[in-house]
Design a protein around this ligand. Structure first.
Ligand code: C2G
Length: 130
């Protein structure tokens, strides 16, 4: 069996998130998703997420393509998460291209093209200004 692992914040879940998760799931038999903790999100983006980590975990875990979720506490634990979950493939959107190549001795690292013109930041902006 092939286990695929991917990571993200998945705040204000949108179609770009669903598509990357569906495409990640197609690369194996089982999809495990590391959802960024609120603290990690704050350190990456400098703002609190709209939805809390518990809400984001609940949303992601209820998607059809997702078999298991866990909290991603740190960007620096990629190697440990891959080992813990016995992942064979690490998938990320191509905004992270090259960034996780240091894991390629543990798992096949695949970067998928992002869905154009949709992002949490743009959604927040849109809601705030309309
Ligand atoms: N994504 C996408 N298309 C978009 C927006 C996002 O394919 N229009 C993908 C991203 O490339 C990523 C996933 O959806 O693979 C989750 O995106 P984010 O929630 O923005 O994740 P991020 O905050 O970049 O966290 O350890 C890695 C990080 O935790 C990634």
């Amino acid at each position: 069996d092939t286990t695929v692992i991917t990571f993200g914040t998945f705040d204000v879940l949108h179609v770009g998130h669903v598509r990357v998760l569906n495409r990640a799931a197609e690369l194996g038999d089982r999809l495990v998703v590391g959802v960024s903790s609120d603290a990690l999100n704050f350190s990456k983006k400098g703002r609190n997420p709209v939805f809390s980590q518990d809400e984001r975990l609940e949303l992601v875990s209820n998607l059809k393509s997702v078999d298991e979720v866990f909290v991603e506490e740190s960007l620096d634990l990629k190697r440990q998460y891959i080992t813990d979950h016995q992942a064979d493939v690490l998938v990320m959107g191509d905004d992270w291209a090259g960034k996780f190549d240091f894991c390629s001795d543990l798992a096949k690292v695949v970067y998928l093209p992002r869905t154009p013109s949709i992002s949490t930041t743009a959604l927040i902006e849109h809601i705030a200004t309309t």
